[in-house]
Design a protein. Sequence first.
Length: 455
Amino acid sequence: MTSDDRSFLNWAAMAIAVAALFLGFFAIGRVGAPEQATGPEGSTEVSVVELSLGAFKLSPEHIMAPPGQVIVRITNIDSQNHNLNILGSRTKDLQPGESQDLELGELAVGVYKMFCEIPGHNEAGMNGNLHIIMNAEPGPYTGSATSDGEVDHFHGFDTWQEMQKTMDDRALRFIQEEKSEFGGQPLEFEMVDGFKQFVVTAQLADWEVEPGRIVEAYTYNGTVPAPSIHVEVGDMVRVILKNELPTPTIIHWHGIRVPNAMDGVPPFTQDVVVPGDEFVYEFEALEPAVGIYHSHNGASQVLDGLFGTFTVGQMQTPDVLLDQGFKATPDQTIEMTLNDAGVIGLSLNGKSFPATQAYSGTVGDTVMVHYQNEGLMAHPMHLHQPLGWIIAKDGRELLVPIPGDTINIAPGERYTVLLKLTDPGVWAWHCHILTHAERDDGMFGMVTAFIVNEA
Ligand SMILES: [Cu+2]
């Protein structure tokens, strides 16, 4: 068998494993018989259902009404503008506190998508379903609470086979489609006047978050995440920031010990760098760090892509793990930056499944993972196997490593985790807030896989 064959088999095995994993999500909690459109017979009444638009969330997420005329009364209770699209009908952009009735006309039994059309909001989770169910009480969706038990198990598909095929097809795209460019590649430096000198250009760039979804991202050097910067303890570091964005920006060195004047918080520590201008950051890398460089001039700049990793020196394998066969020098280091908002949305390293990068290694390998969260929500990242050992939090080594197969990473946090690859196979790796990993049509967002090959 050629290595190509073998790699295909690995991929195929992964597809099955991953599909089986997620099938489990859908086997739970939905009961009743499928129902197709039955027409509006006997349903001349008008149902009014109330819905609130919150922070990247519909409340309730799922609503229901009986067949017939349906009006959704929508109120924006968030502090920023949102709109709502149902079946192509769309509210205007509602200001905070504003309401609008969306008249949907005569609706037949079925499940209809609702989502905010403002770029990034749908991807950040601002969506839900309107379920039209025989004899439903207008209001929040309660699943089985109708007298006729007309519950849609199949989430708008005609049959479970059709639903499953859609989910499987989406999973297979992860292995079948060519991947577009990945961000987070190492940034080269030049030695100038004793400094390791890096050039970082803040610029707009088209970025493919998932196949066919190309957004105008805020980037450093054109990628999301930005190129990774790595230096050693004792290095003199110079970073030249060139601003080619349409708006002022800045770099803050999150989790890196720098002089106050280099901290990048306008207007306290420096003036903003206006479009067309540049600024030179200089500092000594004083201690080991697992950090982030990102904008500190408006949340949207970060969420839309202005972030990258900045590491100093190495986190050490603790003695207690050396005793368990972990290597002192990892075979590979993976940086995994989480995001959930802005134009990028739910993503791992700027990519949403099926565009996410797959990782691979060999039984016996030691792998170091730096998780960092640049989004707005905490994400419990779960690798099916092997078990991880948290060896550092925010770039500080722990006195005693902590085991975790599910590691919750809050916004701004960094966790360094060591893995020892022990069991071959294809192991799913995803956020365990299931709606960050799965939709009715299959996997999306914060999902990838670790392929462990036989030694
Ligand atoms: Cu999540």
